[in-house]
Ligand binder design. Structure first.
Ligand code: HEM
Length: 489
């Protein structure tokens, strides 16, 4: 039945008194909304992963739109492709607000992009998007940076000489280097101590650890109690110090006419707007916007790659088909390019299926409605939290045949060309859609194909025994740790 930690409240006027400011369906009070006690602290401690396919259970029990109580907060939950799309896309403006995730957002204090709202969010989002886009021009393109990094990763992998190893840290470092290269203008050696320390901090901060979930439900109480939920904030402070140090360094050598990276561009903007008292281009927003890029742009991609390689270990026949496609389209003598994707439908389909199946942000990030909003006959008051459950899109039985099955073919036509699926929203949709989608797609394709161009992946254990069930699933879904063996092709 209920997703753990979420319990439903009766939709009665006694709960939200004013009848016209209520989530209740105006004329059908209680319709489709189940009744249960509000959660106690005990309930919340039982928080555990959403079931791998919550959609059928949730939707069957509560319908596609319902309200739950998370701690003291009442939130609207959206299930299935139709409801999520109607909200985030068809009523994009109304559903574009951002809610807090207390375990993370308190570090940001409303600054940066991810946890900002209103004019600040609009300006910083626009700036970040254009700056990321412009990095193709004049300077080395982002594509070249990824190609170079993928070669470094290949060299690192070659050192394993066929012995089993856990790829987790090398993958994180490679992906993290892309963000470093964009924001600082340089990559780091995989053995660089500061770089290793930074990556450990980011890894620890990824929304995978259970105490964060408890904290998110009861921030007010847990704030006052020492415990593992407090270490996250310390990690953030260290990441922030690292970023601040780099900003100072770059400030000292900045050429206003030739910004070289994200931080430089922001510093130029700060200089241009220094007379404007209402400017959003402040040091605090620079630090937090940079932190956002690390926070949102490293563990997401490396987790997807890690899940992808695990899936290939489980299904060697999929790997074989990708190898064939690489040999025909790219060969062995040149590096894969972003352009190759269009000629590699099977690989493209597999990457889509990896993202659908691994479903690494099952609840997206919390939204809020920016004004009183009519939705499917409900009236949702301004500021109400909304969770679009992306899991229920990716495993929506109305949209995907046998959603629990890993099948790249669902993204292929009969003639083998690539076929889009609507119910594919790993980057979410609407005005808050992932700002790094283009970069992420390019990284996934180039890292994936470069590794498979050079290596055959195998598992030291029988593939039948490998489990694809996530090891952690709360805000983020994380695959189990595994050992990988690489044979040079
Ligand atoms: C596989 C990789 C990735 C996945 C699956 C992913 C997914 C997501 C999702 C689901 C959201 C929430 C959207 C919403 O609120 O509805 C998001 C937001 C965001 N992502 Fe990504 N992301 C990925 C990579 C990246 C990268 C590489 C970057 C940065 C370069 C990035 C930067 C952001 C930012 C800044 C936001 C906040 C946008 C806003 O609030 O306006 N992401 N991402």
């Amino acid at each position: 039945g209920t997703p753990q930690g979420m319990s439903t409240l009766p939709c009665r006027s006694s709960v939200w008194r004013s009848s016209h400011r209520s989530i209740c369906r105006s004329s059908r009070t209680g319709d489709g909304v189940n009744t249960a006690k509000p959660p106690t602290l005990m309930d919340a401690q039982k928080l555990s992963p959403l079931p791998p396919s919550p959609s059928a259970q949730l939707q069957d029990t509560y319908g596609p739109v319902f309200t739950v109580n998370l701690g003291s907060r009442r939130v609207v939950v959206l299930c299935g492709y139709q409801a999520v799309k109607e909200a985030l896309v068809d009523q994009a403006e109304e559903f574009s607000g951002r809610g807090d995730i207390p375990a993370f957002s308190k570090d940001f204090n409303g600054h940066g992009v991810v946890f900002a709202n209103g004019e600040r969010w609009r300006q910083l989002r626009r700036f970040s998007l254009t700056t990321l886009r412009n990095f193709g021009m004049g300077k080395r393109s982002i594509e070249e940076r990824i190609q170079e990094e993928a070669q470094c990763l290949v060299e690192e992998f070659q050192k394993t000489q066929g012995a089993p190893f856990d790829p987790i840290f090398n993958l994180s470092r490679a992906v993290s280097n892309i963000i470093c290269s964009i924001v600082f203008g340089n990559r780091f050696d995989y053995e660089d101590e500061k770089f290793i320390a930074l990556n450990k901090l980011i890894f620890k901060r990824f929304p995978g650890f259970p105490s964060a979930q408890l904290y998110n439900t009861f921030p007010g109480i847990l704030e006052k109690i020492p415990g593992p939920h407090q270490t996250g904030s310390k990690c953030s402070q260290e990441i922030i110090s690292f970023i601040l140090e780099r900003i100072k360094l770059q400030q000292a050598t900045l050429d206003l006419n030739a910004p070289q990276n994200f931080i430089d561009c922001f510093l130029v903007k700060m200089e241009q707007e220094k007379q404007n008292p209402a400017t959003e281009f402040s040091l605090e927003n620079l630090v937090m916007a940079t932190f956002n890029l690390f926070f949102a742009g490293t563990e997401t991609i490396s987790t997807t790659l890690r899940y992808g390689f695990l899936i290939l270990l489980k299904y060697p026949q999929v790997q074989e088909k990708i190898h064939q496609e690489i040999d025909v389209v790219i060969g062995r003598d040149r590096a894969p390019t972003a352009e190759d994707r269009g000629r590699m439908p099977y690989t493209d389909a597999t990457l889509h299926e990896i993202q659908r199946f691994s479903d690494i942000l099952p609840m997206s990030l919390p939204h809020t409605v920016t004004r009183d909003t009519r939705f499917r006959g409900y009236l949702i008051p301004q500021g109400t939290y909304v969770y679009p459950l992306l899991s229920t899109v990716h495993f929506d039985p109305e949209e995907h045949k046998d959603p629990e099955t890993f099948a790249p073919e669902r993204f292929l036509n009969e003639n083998g060309s690539f076929r889009k699926q609507n119910a594919f929203l790993p980057f979410s949709a609407g005005k808050r859609v992932c700002l790094g989608e283009g970069l992420a797609r390019m990284e996934l394709f180039l890292f994936f194909t470069t590794i498979l161009q050079h290596f055959t992946l195998s598992s030291p254990v029988d593939p039948q025994q490998l489990s694809l069930a996530p090891e952690v699933s709360n805000l983020g879904k994380v695959p189990p740790r595994y050992q990988l063996c690489l044979r040079q092709r």
